[in-house]
Design a protein around this ligand. Structure first.
Ligand SMILES: NC(=O)c1ccc[n+]([C@@H]2O[C@H](COP(=O)([O-])OP(=O)(O)OC[C@H]3O[C@@H](n4cnc5c(N)ncnc54)[C@H](O)[C@@H]3O)[C@@H](O)[C@H]2O)c1
Length: 256
């Protein structure tokens, strides 16, 4: 029960990584605040996670809107009294297109959610964490934040930005006892990869899975639960001297 009595906010909580991480923190005793766009999906997921012990709350929010972000921090403070960890995880992939044909509105939306959403999360939880004597923020970047991502110009740019913001925030927030790190997953078995597979090879998305799995030294996609283990480690007291770092979890893909 590493997180007994701790309070953890998870954004993008009903997505693949969000569900696995919420489950992990909940199983390890944390009070969890689940944040996502759809109230219905949040309710269904929270019921599957917990049958009414009171240590799970759900908050409908668009992470790119400051008022929504303030609200999810306030609701968590009201319910649990403190915020110890923010898993700043909500993100979108945008579309697959050459940079010349990339849709401008989609480009803007990827920046709003993946960059501004992460900044607003850090900005609004800093004071709550400071009042509790510190905390841990884990931002979801991507292997796409460390490599070229042709046909995913906005997504790759946004994830490079998350790594940059993580470094800057770690310095600004260190005096308050707040550690800030990022995780950089490679290809993980969630809805987001289904979307990328289908957009890349619409006639045969399985071909994409096969090619990427073969290119990955460990020979397969990662599972969301494997990323959740890394996030839990970075949030835990086993990581008290780690800040400003970006952790690759990609089955070796970046080095292949
Ligand atoms: N799956 C992968 O291979 C992979 C690899 C590297 C990084 N990531 C990153 O992991 C994170 C989680 O992705 P996932 O794989 O679980 O995908 P997913 O699509 O299953 O989950 C994303 C979640 O974010 C939520 N979301 C999107 N926009 C939002 C907004 N404006 N406000 C609140 N919530 C919003 C969605 O509703 C969804 O529940 C993302 O940041 C993604 O970029 C995923």
């Amino acid at each position: 029960m590493r997180f007994a009595g701790r309070s953890v906010i998870i954004t993008g909580a009903t997505g693949g990584l969000g569900r696995a991480t919420s489950t992990r923190f909940h199983n390890e005793g944390a009070n969890v605040a689940l944040v996502d766009l759809s109230k219905n999906e949040l309710n269904t997921f929270s019921q599957s996670l917990d049958s009414g012990s009171g240590n799970v709350i759900t908050i409908e929010a668009d992470v790119s809107k400051d008022a929504d972000v303030k609200n999810y921090i306030d609701k968590t403070m009201e319910a649990f009294g403190h915020v110890d960890t923010l898993f700043n995880n909500a993100g979108i992939e945008g579309n697959i297109s050459s940079l010349e044909e990339y849709d401008e509105d989609i480009f803007d939306r990827v920046m709003q959610v993946n960059i501004k959403g992460v900044w607003l999360g850090m900005r609004n939880c800093a004071d709550a964490m400071r009042k509790s004597g510190g905390g841990a923020i884990i931002n979801t970047a991507s292997a796409a934040g460390l490599m070229a991502t042709p046909s995913l110009i906005a997504y790759g740019a946004s994830k490079h930005a998350v790594i940059g913001m993580t470094k800057s925030a770690s310095i600004e927030l260190a005096p308050a006892g707040i550690r800030v790190n990022a995780v950089c997953p490679g290809v993980i078995n969630t809805r987001m990869m289904r979307s990328i597979e289908e957009q890349t090879i619409p006639d045969n998305p399985e071909e994409y899975v096969k090619a990427v799995s073969e290119k990955t030294p460990l020979g397969r996609y990662g599972e969301a639960a494997e990323v959740a283990s890394l996030v839990a480690f970075l949030a835990s007291d086993e990581a008290t001297y780690i800040t400003g770092s970006s952790y690759v979890i990609d089955g070796g893909l970046l080095n292949a």
